[in-house]
Ligand binder design. Structure first.
Ligand SMILES: C=C(O[C@@H]1C=C(C(=O)O)C=C[C@H]1O)C(=O)O
Length: 245
């Protein structure tokens, strides 16, 4: 390839297993890797600033062209732990929900659950920066990623969005997938998938090099986040996208 493929990944702990195998892998000779929060890298892929990104699947309708590459994703087949609605009061007493500015998929998922599953009458409020301190009284907040793992120690009521999606549809959920905005060479995709698989097949090693006392990462990587992009997950993804149309 003449130039390096620009790859953007999510900067959260949930992505560590996917990136673990990149170090010392020959795919590194083919790519420029950058990291940021999901909403940022979504915009980079839409604007063509990068070629491949681990983007929120909710932005697929905004891409002129898209290719799902690799058989790995950030998904869940039950509670995901790090995408939750946090509150001091029970679900039906919530009056306002702050939305996470770092997210695209989870915000869209929350809207689907609020409207079609929970059937709540609430005010939804966009945010642009830290808002966790506003999760008080009847004001709740959607928080994703590492900040959600921390918020689990603070909020008494926790509604896990992947768990509630499963109750609603009986399907798993895909938050993010590796998506390119142009066709890429087969040999690149093979190397890229191979690099992704290394950490997924060595979770204890990934956990060992990421000391973290907020949440048990072994549980997170084996029972919460589900990485393989299976046929059932693709079905869940199509179902979710149909709600967004
Ligand atoms: C499970 C998660 O999945 C994420 C949620 C995303 C979103 O809401 O747009 C995007 C990427 C993933 O990192 C998480 O961040 O906790």
């Amino acid at each position: 390839m003449e130039r390096k493929v620009k790859v953007a990944a999510v900067s959260y702990l949930n992505t560590k297993p996917l990136l673990y195998g990149f170090r010392d892998h020959q795919v590194m000779k083919m790519i420029d890797l950058s990291m940021d929060y999901p909403a940022k890298i979504a915009q980079q892929l839409i604007d063509g600033e990068v070629d491949v990104a681990l983007v929120p699947v909710a932005i697929i309708p905004k891409l002129k062209e898209y290719h799902i590459i690799s058989d790995y994703c950030i998904g869940a087949e039950g509670p995901v732990a790090s995408v939750c609605l946090f509150s001091e009061v029970p679900l039906h007493d919530i009056k306002r929900i702050y939305l996470d500015y770092q997210s695209r998929s989870s915000v869209a998922l929350l809207k689907v659950l609020v409207r079609d599953h929970w059937k709540l009458q609430v005010e939804l409020v966009e945010t642009t920066g830290g808002y966790e301190d506003r999760i008080k009284g009847t004001d709740a907040g959607l928080v994703i990623g590492d900040r959600a793992l921390a918020q689990r120690h603070i909020s008494p009521y926790i509604y896990d969005l992947a768990e509630h999606w499963m109750r609603f549809t009986s399907l798993p959920f895909v938050f993010a997938a590796w998506i390119s905005n142009k066709a890429l060479p087969v040999e690149f995709i093979q190397q890229f998938s191979n690099a992704n698989a290394i950490g997924i097949n060595n979770i204890p090693a990934v956990v060992a090099e990421n000391p973290y006392d907020v949440y048990d990462l072994s549980t997170y990587y084996t029972q919460n986040i589900s990485f393989p992009l299976t046929p059932a997950k693709r079905q869940g993804m199509q179902k979710f996208l149909s709600f967004l149309r």
